[in-house]
Design a binder for this molecule. Structure first.
Ligand code: FAD
Length: 435
């Protein structure tokens, strides 16, 4: 049988959280041979958001090693050599298929065994597939999902093979919006399909969504709302040909990209660790219910102090910060010290075409729209505040400068009181800038 490998610290997963955790370990001091990252991906940790953006550009595309962590937050780029220099083992192309937490053991698909003293679970999420619901023809060729770099590479090949063809984007979330834009930039004839009455319904208000929908329409992206894909037909090569909609229509398609949500990858740990809200439950230091086991990133359900609530956050900023918090807590506890509780301000962003938005805080309560939200404006700049119990709790801004984005972040963090919705709507961005 294969030799067993043993480490003081193992990070399971090689995504965003893993990369930022490795950097924090190096900062705090880690001895050569103490730390291993085990990842089913073939490459060192990279900034995942690039995959739905610059990675798919027809010109000037982002490529590794250009976007390894931690460049996405303005930090040092950790190349494979960096891990080698630090004595951190990058165990790539290695899928863990069994985790035994009481025995502190992980087993790979190839049958290798890894032992650890402290485990950080950072397996992230996986995409929800239409085949999961038995959608007819959903296993046809050229129907793509996007999570890992391998997925993006397959899509790139199809983009080349189906030059100037027709693309159907299933789903109106941020993956759908980013993919619709990038397929259009690749000169595809693009149609988006989603069941909700407006795009990004979990965050956008109807007003915000109206701006993006009209902007996309002006770029030539067709949008079909209020219906879903119920089946696909394929040609004799098994390649997708048509998307059948519930409302009876059929759309021709050379490429289909599906972005209908994700699911935290907790399967390996079922029954071994406490779960909550679909994720692995942690405390404010990302410690799970099992001693010496931590969970970070997309799959952690943690106390969001600001809202006094347990939440899961599937965004890159939290993946980075939760990873750093866990490592700081691990290192502090080894010295009998402690660190402050995680005090996170939710932050999401997206970019497509010439657009760029940021959101901070909580999207609950009443909303006001401010600024110039005419999609035909040369430089549209507009935003929204969410107001609950007389306080601003969330803020959104399209087209903001770095300082303006900092200002809306500050508002969401400090939650200032407002006189009236009218007053704050009238003041608009200057309300945030004077806080
Ligand atoms: P991941 O980065 O997904 O890393 C998980 C890692 O675990 C992967 O390497 C995976 O291969 C590995 N793994 C899983 N299971 C196993 C196993 N059994 N054995 C071994 N390895 C395993 N967020 C934003 O805020 N803004 C954006 O614009 C944005 N764009 C995005 C675009 C795309 C295409 C995607 C997919 C996500 C985007 N996100 C964005 C979300 C953000 O990327 C995630 O929140 C973040 O990557 C989560 O980090 P993580 O480390 O928890 O998981």
């Amino acid at each position: 049988s294969m030799a067993e490998k043993s480490f003081k610290y193992v990070i399971l997963g090689g995504g965003v959280a893993a990369g930022y955790a490795a950097r924090e370990f190096a900062k705090q001091g880690v001895q050569p041979g103490e730390l291993a990252i085990i990842s089913k991906e073939a490459v060192a940790p990279y900034e995942r958001p690039a995959l739905s953006k610059a990675y798919l550009f027809p010109e000037g595309a982002a490529r590794l090693p250009g976007f390894h962590v931690c460049v996405g937050s303005g930090g040092e780029r950790l190349l494979p050599e960096w891990y080698k220099e630090k004595g951190i083992q990058l165990i790539l192309s290695t899928e863990i298929v069994k985790a035994d937490l009481p025995a502190k053991t992980l087993v790979s698909a190839a049958g290798e065994t890894f032992k650890y003293q402290i485990l950080i679970i950072a397996t992230g999420s996986t995409v929800i597939r239409l085949t999961d619901f038995g959608v007819e023809g959903a296993d046809s060729k050229n129907i793509f999902y996007l999570r890992e770099i391998d997925d993006a590479d397959k899509l790139l090949e199809a983009i080349k093979a189906k030059k100037n063809g027709k693309a159907v984007i299933v789903g109106g979330g941020y993956i759908g919006l980013e993919l619709a834009a990038v397929m259009k930039i690749n000169n595809f004839d693009v149609t988006m399909v989603y069941p909700e009455p407006w795009c990004m319904p979990r965050l956008f208000t109807p007003d915000i969504a109206a701006f993006y929908e009209e902007y996309y329409a002006n770029k030539g992206v067709k949008i079909i709302k209020g219906t879903v894909a119920v089946g696909f037909t394929s040609d004799s090569n098994g390649e997708v040909k048509e998307v059948k909609l519930k409302d009876g229509r059929a759309l021709e398609a050379d490429i289909v990209v599906v972005g209908v949500g994700g699911r935290p990858l907790t399967t390996l740990f079922k029954g071994q660790v406490e779960e909550e809200k679909g994720g692995i439950k942690t405390d404010a230091f990302f410690k799970t219910s099992v001693p010496n086991v931590y969970a970070v990133g997309d799959l952690a359900t943690f106390p969001l102090k600001l809202y006094n609530e347990l939440r899961r956050v599937e965004h890159v900023d939290h993946a980075r910060k939760s990873a750093e918090q866990a490592v700081k807590a691990i290192k502090a506890s080894e010295e009998g010290k402690s660190v402050d509780e995680y005090d996170y301000l939710p932050y999401f962003y997206s970019r497509s075409f010439d657009l760029s938005w940021q959101f901070y805080g909580d999207n609950v309560g009443d909303t006001v729209l401010f600024g110039d939200s005419n999609p035909k404006s040369q430089k549209a700049k507009f935003g929204s505040y969410w107001i609950k119990d007389g306080k601003v709790v969330g803020a959104f801004l399209e087209g903001g400068t770095a300082e303006e984005n900092q200002a809306i972040a500050k508002v969401a963090k400090l939650q200032p009181s407002v006189q009236s919705l009218e007053a704050v709507k009238h003041e608009g961005l200057s309300f945030a800038c004077k806080i």
